[in-house]
Ligand binder design. Structure first.
Ligand SMILES: [Fe+2]
Length: 258
């Protein structure tokens, strides 16, 4: 049996959430999707993620939400992270903070392990992402059938290094955070399905989802500006991974853009 996973890149702002919730039912049906994971850390109207957008994404067909460096931007997210099994935050935050770095969700008789980690190059100096993922794999050992990792990171080199380090040890690895889809999807030498960045589910006429005028002002004037999400047409970006339950590995990965 082929178990098909759709991974969607950073869902950005209200128009991004609306595009996902409007289209996901049809996408799931047309593409024979068994499981959907999306990065939702920019889904709230004021950046970050809140219970409203989290619940909305889950209600309309997202099975698991991963996050990243903006996860704690909204204070109320802490309770939500502790209460909800379908959302993870980077596992390399200190253990005292709310939420968990991995979850195991059942689907079609299989247990799907979803892990989330934050890169440390050009980002917060959190615990080593490599060792954090090793720790999560050890903790989940024997409890899952398919493993998925979202590396939320700025540097392409860090994501590629992780894909090599965990090649053959994790079934599916994808990167998020840059909001720009990369064209390097592939099956790694030892069998891991990989892409460096899924891209964004957010407004096309923007700079990474934010109103272009605001970003240009910030870059030209070097004075503080309020980042507002742009609106208008949205392209959903991500990747579709096919996991073969007989071969017990990912056999195909293709970029998704709609
Ligand atoms: Fe991010």
């Amino acid at each position: 049996m082929i178990f098909r996973i759709l991974a969607l890149g950073d869902v950005s702002g209200p128009t991004g959430v609306k595009a996902v919730t409007d289209r996901l039912y049809d996408i799931r049906r047309d593409e024979n999707i068994d499981f959907v994971v999306c990065n939702g850390e920019n889904s709230a109207a004021t950046n970050g993620i809140d219970a409203r957008t989290g619940n909305e994404l889950i209600k309309y067909g997202v099975d698991c939400i991963t996050t990243g460096n903006h996860v704690f931007k909204r204070r109320e997210i802490r309770e939500y992270l502790d209460e909800t099994k379908n959302i993870v935050r980077p596992g390399n935050f200190p253990p005292e903070v709310a939420g968990v770095g991995y979850t195991i969700l059942p689907e079609k008789g299989l247990n799907i392990l979803i892990m989330n980690v934050l890169g440390v190059v050009y980002l917060e100096p959190l615990a080593c992402p490599f060792r954090t993922v090793e720790k999560m794999l050890r903790a989940a050992q024997g409890k899952y059938d398919i493993s998925v990792l979202d590396v939320h990171a700025e540097a392409t080199s860090e994501k590629i290094a992780m894909s090599h380090y965990f090649d053959g040890k994790i079934d599916i690895i994808f990167g998020t955070h840059t909001h720009v889809q990369t064209a390097d999807e592939r099956i790694m030498p030892k069998g891991t399905g990989y892409i460096t960045d899924l891209g964004m589910c957010g407004p096309d006429d923007s700079v990474l989802g934010i109103k272009k005028e605001k970003i240009i002002e910030k870059m030209m004037m070097h004075t503080p500006v309020k980042f507002d999400f742009a609106e208008g047409p949205v392209t959903l970006h991500g990747a579709i991974f096919d996991y073969d339950t007989e071969k017990k590995r990912c056999v195909d990965v293709k970029r998704f853009k709609m």
